[in-house]
Design a protein around this ligand. Structure first.
Ligand SMILES: C[S@@+](CC[C@H](N)C(=O)[O-])C[C@H]1O[C@@H](n2cnc3c(N)ncnc32)[C@H](O)[C@@H]1O
Length: 256
């Protein structure tokens, strides 16, 4: 798969960071000392962490060379680590393991929950947010197009790349290790300038594996154009020309 494009990812930065702000607002820890941002991307979620707890030792971890480079460029004085969060095992447990919009890129969430909570100190918390396991319309359309005969055979791993379990899965996976579990979903209705903007949004995240599976540029263009056509039919344009993009997200905070 192609590497992340940090610049394009930041294009909808305010909307993407909104869920991180909402997650952070619900975390009931007074003064965590050691904090990690797992899948920190270009550092937009990490910034929120050191703003809220300026005294804490905060570091961002990401497996993308491009994202870590972007984070370092934006904040050269901060700590960044190029690593896979699926292998994360801190020398000393952290007081807060935070992750915004990253865990959906990993595959075995049962094993991951055990690993992440094990890396969190007593009295600390694991807090994460991912898109909801209930499919957004645009995602259904991407999967629908991927099943067309011309490229269906090449799309199996792209269809598996994103993994989102339902809220009860995370509850069950963490219940034995957590003293309190706070699990909820919120649906945001992002205001977009056009239906094409929805495709633009998703092209730096959920669409990437599908485009990456198509080696030839003309096929990639064909896929995106077909998606634009279907998105234009599926999402209604409001009277003022804007389009609402409903985006449901799952939030979990597990206190140890
Ligand atoms: C959608 S971005 C989220 C960035 C940031 N946390 C935010 O709130 O905007 C997802 C990030 O997860 C990272 N990621 C995906 N799989 C990962 C893994 N196994 N280990 C570490 N980072 C991973 C990607 O490189 C990407 O930077």
């Amino acid at each position: 798969m192609t590497d992340w494009n940090a610049q394009h990812y930041l294009k909808f930065g305010d909307e993407r960071t909104r869920a991180a702000i909402d997650l952070l607002a619900r975390i009931n820890l007074s003064s965590p000392r050691r904090i990690v941002d797992l899948g920190c991307g270009p550092g937009n979620s990490t910034e929120l962490l050191w703003q809220r707890w300026p005294e804490a030792d905060v570091y961002g971890l990401d497996s993308s060379v491009e994202m870590i480079a972007a984070a370092k460029e934006r904040h050269p004085d901060r700590s960044w680590q190029l690593a896979d969060l699926e292998q994360w095992s801190p020398d000393e447990p952290v007081d807060l393991a935070f992750s915004n919009a990253a865990i959906q890129w990993t595959s075995d969430h049962g094993a991951l929950m055990k690993r992440l909570i094990a890396g969190t100190a007593d009295g600390g918390a694991l807090a994460f947010q991912i898109p909801s396991g209930s499919f957004a319309e645009v995602r259904k359309l991407i999967h629908e197009i991927s099943r067309e005969e011309r490229w269906n055979d090449r799309m199996e791993s792209a269809r598996q790349e994103l993994k989102m379990e339902l809220p009860e899965f995370y509850y069950d996976a963490l219940a034995s290790e957590a003293s309190i579990l706070d699990v909820w979903e919120s649906e945001y209705h992002h205001v977009m300038n056009s239906t094409d903007a929805i495709v633009d949004w998703i092209s730096s995240t959920g669409l990437r594996p599908f485009i990456g599976a198509l080696g030839i540029e003309s096929e990639q263009t064909e896929f995106v154009e077909e998606l634009k056509r279907r998105v234009a039919q599926a999402y209604e344009i409001r009277a003022n020309g804007k389009v609402l993009f409903p985006f449901r997200r799952t939030f979990v905070i597990a206190y140890r």
